[in-house]
Design a binder for this molecule. Structure first.
Ligand SMILES: CC(C)(COP(=O)(O)OP(=O)(O)OC[C@H]1O[C@@H](n2cnc3c(N)ncnc32)[C@H](O)[C@@H]1OP(=O)(O)O)[C@@H](O)C(=O)NCCC(=O)NCCS
Length: 340
């Protein structure tokens, strides 16, 4: 059975209905929190807490609060049956210019799946982007969610890039050895332009389109230098950076942050395209060696899942994927605005 998309203009509308914060916020929050309970990260959970709070308050404030909070920032569509929201697709502007729009919280209640509800919601949302003059619809989906990927592909979305988080539950007693034939050198904190340049080079143009390398993540203020020095002296927070220098540029680098305070240590590494497949094992091994002796905490790595050699190096060192998010996009064409 396939449901039909229909809507009336009064408050008893059923089927695809534009999201209205005053009317739908509480039910959308309930639906999304139930379906994504296991997947939400800390920021998602805190956003949901705020949504729940506003949803609970809104009846007392005549919906004003929720309208003020959400209608300016959040649009999208819900699917309503017998007065209940059973499906949702949230739409938000993804940049100041309104060129890109982000679709999220795509969810349908378990008992009503496979009927085309998500498809209708997504169609309405794409149409909405076209009407608002947007050029791109962007979304993220867990790489291991074939149902959702199939849905988005059937609507014309294509893959942009994959980003993952890998975790090593405990520090290894005997970290792997870097390749002795690879000349590793310490990389100074002040060489942030070199690290930024390397990060740019390591990133594919599509990945850069999705999430541009941010110079602010590499620039260091005087306070940060001092903080690093103090952390390294006291041992509370140790930062280590090593790299492999080519004829003109750094070919690859690894940076670790060992903490006595936070829940996990972090490691990040980057490799220029021309050095791919040659440095990854060594950089991961060197990163783990710099963490030797640090308090026993897991190690987290955020890295491109499209960098196959990097993923292989992480997994060979015992890291396991926590989650891999695929970014997908769809070009909005003028005809999208008129589709019914
Ligand atoms: C993904 C989800 C939103 C799809 O909702 P839905 O209403 O069942 O999807 P539709 O009925 O509109 O199906 C659209 C397409 O996806 C396919 N599809 C739906 N469920 C599927 C499943 N479990 N496995 C494989 N394909 C599936 C349908 O066959 C249809 O493809 P077709 O037109 O080629 O037949 C729903 O399964 C859900 O809420 N999942 C949990 C939350 C989630 O993962 N959201 C995505 C976050 S990015």
């Amino acid at each position: 059975m396939v449901v039909t998309a229909f809507a009336r203009s009064d408050s008893t509308r059923e089927g695809v209905v534009p999201f209205n914060a005053a009317r739908h916020l509480r039910q959308v929050t309930e639906l999304v929190s139930a379906i994504f309970a296991d997947e939400l990260d800390a920021s998602g959970r805190s956003m949901l807490r705020e949504m729940r709070l506003v949803g609970q308050l809104s009846p007392f404030l005549g919906g004003l609060l929720s309208v003020a909070f959400f209608d300016n920032f959040v649009a999208g569509y819900v699917w309503v049956e017998a007065g209940r929201v059973i499906g949702n697709a949230t739409l938000q502007r993804a940049d100041f210019t309104g060129i890109r729009w982000r679709i999220s919280n795509v969810a349908v209640a378990p008992g009503r799946r496979g009927l085309g509800i998500a498809y209708h919601l997504m169609e309405a949302t794409v149409r909405e982007i076209a009407k608002r003059g947007g050029n791109w619809a962007v979304l993220q989906v867990q790489a291991d969610n074939p149902a959702a990927r199939h849905l988005y592909e059937s609507l014309g979305f294509t893959d942009v890039c994959q980003d993952g988080v890998w975790k090593l539950p405990v520090l290894p007693a005997n970290p792997p050895r870097p390749d002795p034939n690879v000349a590793l050198r310490p990389l100074r904190a002040s060489a942030w332009r070199d690290r930024l340049d390397l990060a740019h080079a390591a990133c594919t143009s599509l990945a850069h389109w999705a999430d541009a390398v941010n110079p602010a993540d590499y620039q260091m203020s005087l306070w940060q230098y001092l903080g690093e020095m103090l952390g390294n002296l006291t041992g509370f927070y140790r930062v280590a950076r090593w790299g492999v220098l080519g004829e003109a540029d750094w070919l690859g680098a690894v940076e670790t942050h060992a903490t006595g305070i936070a829940d996990s240590h972090t490691l990040r590494f980057a490799v220029r395209p021309e050095a791919r497949g040659k440095l990854e094992d060594t950089l991961v091994a060197q990163g783990l060696r710099t963490l030797a002796g640090a308090p026993d905490r897991p190690v987290l790595v955020e890295h491109s899942a499209d960098h196959a050699e990097g993923v292989a190096a992480l997994e060979a060192a015992g890291f396991r994927p926590q989650r891999v998010l695929l970014t997908m996009r769809r070009l909005i064409v003028p005809g999208d605005a008129g589709k019914t």
